[in-house]
Design a protein around this ligand. Structure first.
Ligand code: MN
Length: 246
């Protein structure tokens, strides 16, 4: 099965003029009891659907463009001259891309859930963070301490940067609203994630820290949601992202 991102991107070549709402890649109850059915229905059918609708309106406002190009547009938002239009593409394009990747990165809960032992991603995590447990600790701390609504992403730095990081290293970052590593400006990349230009960072794994992602079940206890979320990460899918996009 093609990933949903590819399906959305393929839509125009089949004659469609708009980004389509990708189906959830598993039943609504697949992540129970960690993420409840009601949350998944709202999250996919209402929140993601709304981002898709508004992204199509935003793309139309900047002259139509090819809906397939929207992930690339996110990496070059400075190319949209009108500030209001740029915000609409940023928020709603991010809302689509982030949720598609997030839903694809999850599966039914497993014990001792972690990347496969001899894999490239596991090796990269060990090289950057020391161990998988240290990575988990840093990532969860970033998710707990993120102020307001946003995401925490594990991403691959694709350019040497001013902070001494080298292309190929992994990094953890907090991102407000529907931003992602893809959308980091060139000046932001100089500080965090990739030199003065070139390829944007590659988002590898993100956790949705908006209240709509967890409030029905966890209330204000975002830390409990994140602790439980580790068991539903689909490391096979995350490794595929790392192998094919990074
Ligand atoms: Mn969300």
């Amino acid at each position: 099965m093609l990933p949903a991102r590819a399906r959305a991107a393929d839509a125009p070549s089949s004659g469609e003029r708009q980004v389509a709402l990708p189906p959830l890649p598993y039943p609504y109850n697949a992540l129970e009891p960690v993420i409840d059915t009601a949350t998944m229905k709202l999250h996919h059918d209402k929140h993601l659907a709304t981002y898709v609708t508004k992204l199509n309106a935003a793309l139309a406002s900047i002259g139509g463009g090819a809906p397939a190009a929207y992930p690339a547009i996110l990496a070059s938002l400075d190319g949209i001259a009108d500030g209001a239009q740029r915000v609409q593409v940023r928020n709603n394009g991010g809302g689509v891309a982030n949720h598609v990747q997030f839903f694809e990165s999850l599966r039914a809960p497993r014990r001792n859930n972690r990347p496969s032992g001899g894999g490239r991603l596991a090796a990269a995590i060990d090289a950057t963070f020391g161990s998988f447990e240290q990575f988990q600790g840093q990532f969860a701390a970033a998710a707990r301490s993120l102020f307001g609504s946003g995401w925490v992403w594990l991403y691959r730095v694709n350019n040497d940067d001013d902070g001494g990081r080298r292309a190929g290293e992994l990094a953890i970052g907090q991102f407000a609203n529907q931003d992602s590593p893809l959308m980091m400006t060139k000046s932001e990349r100089g500080v965090r994630g990739g030199g003065g230009g070139g390829a944007p960072p590659t988002p590898i794994l993100g956790v949705d820290c908006w209240e709509h992602a967890y409030y029905l079940k966890y209330g204000p206890k975002r830390g409990e949601y994140v602790d439980a979320w580790w068991s539903v990460v689909n490391w096979d899918a995350v490794e595929r992202v790392y192998e094919t996009r990074a």
